[in-house]
Design a binder for this molecule. Structure first.
Ligand SMILES: NC(=O)c1ccc[n+]([C@@H]2O[C@H](COP(=O)([O-])OP(=O)(O)OC[C@H]3O[C@@H](n4cnc5c(N)ncnc54)[C@H](O)[C@@H]3O)[C@@H](O)[C@H]2O)c1
Ligand SMILES: [Zn+2]
Length: 343
């Protein structure tokens, strides 16, 4: 959710949004500057990309740069890049001189569909993700889908996982459309893709608007994430490379099976759901042992005393959250691993 959303296939329509603003600054990462920096004729603050740079040292560096440029409380920060850039840029904007306005120009699919919507900003601390942060909305989010042409295909597919997640929890029709649109590769210049992107953003924005601080409905957005995060942690412990969306796709596969095991999701819907995930091209295999996955879930900051709020599917497009014990999750995960390894 931002105050306004704009989706085009170029940067041209961005400039009217900046008209009349006096101190426009651009925050951009090195890689994106090389590719798209010339589209932004404003003073630029350039930072390194990578999760290891989403930290306080970079917050200080950006704030110092704003000070050196003599930015007042009327400054406007345009954050151009992936989710790391919009998270850190949104954070700095929310605290610099007690808050300046900002706009997001997300350039990865993950940032377009997820990170730039919802008002969560933040940086990592002591190796833990998003420990320091604020809830703060940009004035606008401007998406130029043309940027997706330079995004590595692996990053594109990983971002698509968050679109699939949004449809899985709320919108059966778009879920089916996404399968048709993505099955032969993702054509980001097609009108169908643009429509699906807008719908996925609307779904997240709607959920966030109804539950900004994640006390109820917003938890649905964690579909696939409880086990997805555990997979990311296990991968990082083993030095395996996995993208967030890749882990979420695997997490959704587990969650759909566990929904079926609980008697919530029919066999037919389960098969259809899993077949869509593999048709689109997600690798659904997981090699980490159940004990390690459960250990990682127990270390999750969102855990309860004996379990977690887990997101289930009742049907494709209908989801619910229920407190679920670590025992049930362990059994469910073990079953899925067993079945998958027999395939
Ligand atoms: N605030 C939220 O609600 C929220 C939600 C989801 C994720 N996130 C955060 O988002 C971050 C991940 O974001 P991400 O996946 O966008 O990663 P990212 O910002 O690191 O971008 C991935 C890489 O792709 C490069 N890149 C970006 N756009 C490109 C383009 N158009 N062409 C070529 N290369 C491009 C970047 O320079 C970077 O090296 C994580 O830190 C995560 O915590 C936040
Ligand atoms: Zn996610």
């Amino acid at each position: 959710m931002s105050k306004s959303f704009h989706i085009y296939d170029s940067f041209d329509q961005l400039f009217p949004l900046l008209e009349g603003k006096k101190e426009v600054m651009v925050l951009i990462d090195h890689g994106i500057k090389e590719l798209y920096g010339h589209h932004f004729p404003y003073p630029q603050i350039v930072v390194e990309s990578g999760e290891q740079h989403k930290n306080l040292a970079n917050v200080e560096k950006i704030a110092n740069a704003l000070l050196e440029m003599e930015c007042s409380r009327n400054a406007f920060l345009v954050c151009v890049g992936g989710g790391i850039l919009t998270d850190i840029g949104g954070f700095v904007a929310s605290i610099y001189k007690r808050g300046i306005k900002c706009g997001y120009v997300p350039t990865t699919l993950l940032a377009q569909v997820d990170a730039s919507t919802g008002g969560k900003t933040g940086v990592n601390l002591a190796g833990l993700k998003n420990i320091l942060g604020t809830f703060s909305l940009p004035e606008f989010t401007y998406i130029s889908t043309s940027t997706l042409k330079t995004l590595p295909p692996r990053e594109l597919l990983a971002g698509a996982a968050e679109m699939i997640k949004a449809f899985a929890i709320k919108d059966k029709e778009s879920f089916a459309k996404a399968e048709r649109c993505f099955r032969n590769g993702i054509d980001t210049s097609s009108p169908q893709f643009r429509e699906l992107l807008a719908t996925a953003i609307e779904i997240k924005a709607g959920v966030v608007e109804r539950d900004f601080r994640e006390s109820g409905e917003r938890k649905l957005l964690n579909f696939g994430h409880t086990i997805g995060h555990a997979i990311e942690k296990c991968a990082s412990a083993c030095g395996d490379s996995i993208l967030h969306g890749e882990a979420v796709a695997k997490g959704m596969y587990f969650a759909a099976h566990i929904s079926h095991q609980r008697g919530l999701l029919s066999e037919e819907e389960l098969k259809s759901f899993c077949s869509t995930l593999s048709t689109i091209g997600f690798d659904l295999g997981t090699t980490y042992p159940v004990e390690n996955l459960i250990e990682a879930i127990k270390n999750d900051k969102k855990r309860g005393e004996n379990g977690v709020d887990f997101v289930f599917l009742k049907e494709i497009g209908i989801s619910c959250v229920e407190m679920t014990s670590f025992d049930e999750l362990a059994k469910g995960i073990a079953n899925v691993l067993h079945q998958y390894n027999r395939l």
